[in-house]
Design a protein around this ligand. Structure first.
Ligand SMILES: NC(=O)C1=CN([C@@H]2O[C@H](COP(=O)(O)OP(=O)(O)OC[C@H]3O[C@@H](n4cnc5c(N)ncnc54)[C@H](OP(=O)(O)O)[C@@H]3O)[C@@H](O)[C@H]2O)C=CC1
Ligand SMILES: CC(C)CCC[C@@H](C)[C@H]1CC[C@H]2C3=C(CC[C@]12C)[C@@]1(C)CCC(=O)C[C@@H]1CC3
Length: 355
């Protein structure tokens, strides 16, 4: 039987703590004096003050062991959006999140209440994309309706996940929840944005700007996302206005999508895209390619670079207001966009042109 550990307000669990955001979050928590239990399907590093529990989110017993003695849980595990695997997204983001909620209840209602936990706190990493349907969003607030026609399975299951977590907030029964909605996270060790961009450039496909290039977008440096998560955790009390609510966390500096991409590319020694292509043409082609990849899946596996989601993100406005986070939890970005881009570019010497 697992040994019981007494909870402390400086002990917490990070589900998905081996991933990009998760690891940055763990490092910041350690710096703030927390000890951390990481639960992830893989272990990607070792650090003093961190206990690793390797397992699948849907495995109740493994999860329960990782959550022992913890009254604060950050849930930032998800399959990568690029996997486009419907069954995997449903299993991890929906079933897995249900398991997290059940296990949080279980810890709280531990028969002998040895844990004497006042409340169980759950901070979910959701996504601002839960309201994105492929059309312009300018200064979007949290009261925008969820996307009725989500563009991909990732978004579809992130919506269900956020609904589940916010609905489970129950002050009487000691479970307090909040959802953080970051947008376009970037920074050192990001496995998506910079590597995909560089790979596309190396294959000679980053010559074109989709649309007129004037669309404004939020890109959020990872430290700001971490800051938002910790502020939310430390503000989560039964009397706090944040219980059961969602919060946009961004750099609060919308930038032209193609200027941001060019800054990263040029910083790494690649040419910036120059030629324009009409948005509707590229979006139509991306839909055709996606359908083709579905039809051919049993015969050949090919993954188009320009998916409908990526094209929509590259050719529309999507930036969000974080005034609710400013008001309810005193959020303010801690790293500016320019500084964030510089730190990101410097962290990828192996992806520089010619390296
Ligand atoms: N990156 C971005 O721009 C944005 C991300 N988000 C959200 O932030 C969160 C973190 O994203 P990010 O750090 O970029 O992603 P990562 O893929 O880097 O991190 C997610 C981690 O969860 C792990 N994981 C996946 N499936 C399971 C499972 N079944 N059980 C346990 N662990 C699992 C992953 O392992 P493995 O790598 O082996 O799959 C990985 O270590 C996600 O919830 C994502 O939806 C929201 C907005 C924007
Ligand atoms: C090939 C090019 C048109 C684009 C290359 C860069 C893209 C890989 C990234 C630009 C915006 C990013 C983004 C996400 C993933 C990587 C990008 C598409 C997310 C979909 C990650 C998960 C989320 O919750 C929302 C993000 C929006 C922005």
């Amino acid at each position: 039987m697992a040994t019981r550990i007494r909870p402390s307000s400086k002990r917490c669990a990070v589900i998905g703590g081996s991933g990009f955001l998760g690891r940055h979050l763990v490092e910041k928590l350690l710096g703030k004096g927390y000890t951390v239990s990481v639960f992830d399907i893989r272990q990607s590093y070792e650090l003093p003050g961190v206990t690793f529990h390797q397992g699948d989110l849907c495995d109740k017993q493994a999860l329960l062991t990782a959550l022992q003695g913890v009254s604060l849980v950050f849930h930032c595990a998800s399959p990568a959006p690029a996997s486009d695997d419907k069954a995997l997204f449903q299993r991890v983001n929906i079933q897995g999140t249900q398991t997290v909620l059940q296990e949080c209840h279980k810890i709280y209602y531990n028969k002998d209440r040895l844990n004497s936990i006042k409340e169980m706190l759950l901070v979910l990493t959701s996504s601002a994309s839960v309201v994105f349907e492929g059309t312009d969003i300018k200064d979007g607030r949290e009261d925008l309706p969820y996307a009725k026609k989500p563009i991909d399975y990732y978004t579809e299951t992130k919506i269900e996940q956020e609904k589940l977590v916010l609905k489970a907030c129950d002050k009487e029964n000691g479970l307090l929840t909040v959802a953080i909605r970051p947008h376009g996270i970037f920074g050192p060790r990001d496995p998506q944005l910079v590597p995909i961009l560089v790979d596309t450039a190396r294959r000679g496909k980053m010559k074109f700007i989709i649309g007129d290039g004037s669309n404004l977008v939020d890109f959020t440096f990872v430290d700001n996302v971490v800051h938002g998560h910790i502020l939310a955790a430390e503000s989560l009390r039964p009397e706090s206005p944040i219980c059961g609510k969602a919060y946009h966390i961004t750099n609060d500096e919308p930038v032209r999508f193609w200027d941001f991409m060019s800054d990263i590319l040029v910083g790494l020694g690649y040419a910036a895209p120059r030629y324009h292509l009409p948005y509707t043409l590229v979006y139509g082609l991306s839909l055709l390619l996606w359908l083709l990849s579905l039809l051919l899946r049993p015969l050949v596996a090919f993954k188009p670079t320009f998916t409908p989601m990526r094209v929509a993100l590259a050719g529309t406005h999507h930036f969000y207001s974080c005034s609710r986070a400013k008001q309810d939890m005193g959020y303010k970005p801690v790293v500016g966009l320019k500084d964030g881009i510089r730190r990101t570019v410097e962290s990828y010497p192996h992806l520089r042109h010619g390296a």
